[in-house]
Design a protein. Structure first.
Ligand SMILES: Nc1ncnc2c1ncn2[C@@H]1O[C@H](COP(=O)(O)OP(=O)(O)OP(=O)(O)O)[C@@H](O)[C@H]1O
Ligand SMILES: [Mg+2]
Length: 387
């Protein structure tokens, strides 16, 4: 068995830490597999039968609102707590009975607790020394790690002499120094301002690619998930709603929750009829919309229609009605946001709509108070969900 931390770190020392990752036949990227993992805290179910298979070298974001079970799931993978149901495998091997130090998972938490009385170099080398690495070996790895997170010039400083982003990078270096098989990040940028967050997102992505280390990152920030992850696992109330690429989540949300949580969705309650190739959606203030595609729900009946703001287009209310049908609406607000114009619209008998048009080809500019017709752009991937 090569599951023990000591075996893992010994092997990596022999190979020369990190140099092995890009070369040699040794498997550096570990597959993480969750099989029907559940967790109860007393009576309350925090994680509900989650199945997830993260490929070796992949960066997966766990995305969902506060309290949906992200941290619980991450702690289960790390071995910091034992799930009440299901199992976790690393490269096919069940690790449910292994304590955290034998799973080889490196964790970086939101509060990056560095040891305040140790220099940056001592912090990064701490885990190696604790595992019995020699002084020379430790110094070599520390210097390599600090290079990687671009903190070499700060090796002699104390954590209190660093900015939040710098401390976060040291925490990352400290975690990576012991060569974890899996990297687990729990809201690691929460304490950082927007620019630093962006820098760290890019940095972590770069390092993660360089090392090919399988990574799970918890976030409730959809933009962060979208910009960093190969695939995103969207969670809601303990349930995994969808596990897919950012593009697929956005264009083909599997559930109403995903449609609303990832990106902005215009939602309209109404009735769907027709058949593939010729669906018709009707609701109050919606002249029947003719649509080729209906998904994921394509059964006639009561549905919720969901369209992204850029999937809609506008025409004047007094122009001939489009053949494919339109929604009657009124312009309430226009927001010029850089390259786009965002229109907030109201409509009779339902919630408002948001339409985004590129500023460059917004041939007609609509003004506040104007009545408009809103149509669905040809081929736009709108969605329907059963009610
Ligand atoms: N030790 C605990 N005892 C009882 N309930 C807990 C415990 N830890 C978490 N919970 C509950 O389990 C659910 C999931 O919590 P968890 O911390 O995993 O959520 P999260 O998705 O990480 O949320 P956040 O984005 O706020 O960090 C929540 O309802 C929470 O209140
Ligand atoms: Mg959490």
């Amino acid at each position: 068995m090569v599951t023990g931390q000591s075996a893992v770190s010994r092997a990596s020392f022999q190979d020369g830490v990190f140099r092995m990752t890009a070369s040699s036949g040794q498997r550096a990227s570990v597959e993480v597999q969750l099989e029907s993992v559940s967790h109860r805290y007393g009576d309350s179910l925090a994680v509900d039968r989650v199945d997830l298979r993260v490929s070796g070298g992949e960066l997966v974001a766990l995305l969902g609102p506060s309290g949906c079970g992200k941290t619980t799931l991450l702690r289960i993978v790390a071995g910091l707590m034992t799930q009440t149901g299901g199992s976790v495998r690393l490269d096919g091997e069940p690790v449910d009975r292994l304590p955290p130090n034998e799973r080889g998972a490196g964790i970086v938490f939101q509060n990056y607790a560095l040891f305040p009385h140790m220099t940056v170099a001592a912090n990064v080398g701490y885990g190696l020394r604790a595992r019995g690495a020699s002084r020379a070996e430790t110094a070599r790895v520390v210097s390599e790690m600090l290079d990687m997170v671009r903190m070499s010039q700060f090796a002699g400083r104390y954590p209190r002499e660093l900015s939040g982003g710098q401390q976060q990078r040291v925490a990352l270096a400290r975690t990576l120094a012991v060569k974890p098989r899996v990297l687990l990040l729990d809201e690691p940028f929460a304490a950082l301002d927007k620019n630093l967050r962006l820098d760290m997102q890019i940095e972590i992505r770069r390092i993660q690619r360089e090392l090919g280390i399988t990574t799970l990152i918890v976030t409730h920030d959809q933009e962060e998930a979208m910009s960093m992850a190969d695939r995103i696992a969207v969670m809601n109330a303990g349930v995994l709603e969808q596990f897919d690429t950012p593009e697929a989540l956005y264009d083909r949300p599997a559930t109403l929750f995903v449609a609303s949580f990832v990106g902005t969705a215009n939602l309209i309650e109404g009735r769907l009829s027709g058949a593939p190739g010729a669906f018709v959606f009707a609701a109050e203030s919606v002249g029947p919309l003719q649509l080729e595609r209906a998904g994921p729900c394509s059964r006639a009946g009561s549905v919720i229609f969901a369209a992204r703001p850029e999937h809609l287009e506008m025409s004047a209310a007094d122009a001939p009605a489009p053949a494919a049908g339109a929604i009657e609406a009124r312009v309430e607000m226009v927001l010029p946001l850089g390259p786009s114009l965002v229109y907030e619209l109201s409509r009779a008998g339902g919630n408002g709509l948001k339409v985004v048009l590129p500023r460059s080809n917004a041939s007609a500019r609509w003004s506040v108070g104007q009545s408009v017709r809103v149509g669905v752009r040809a081929g736009a991937p709108v969605s329907f969900f059963a009610r």
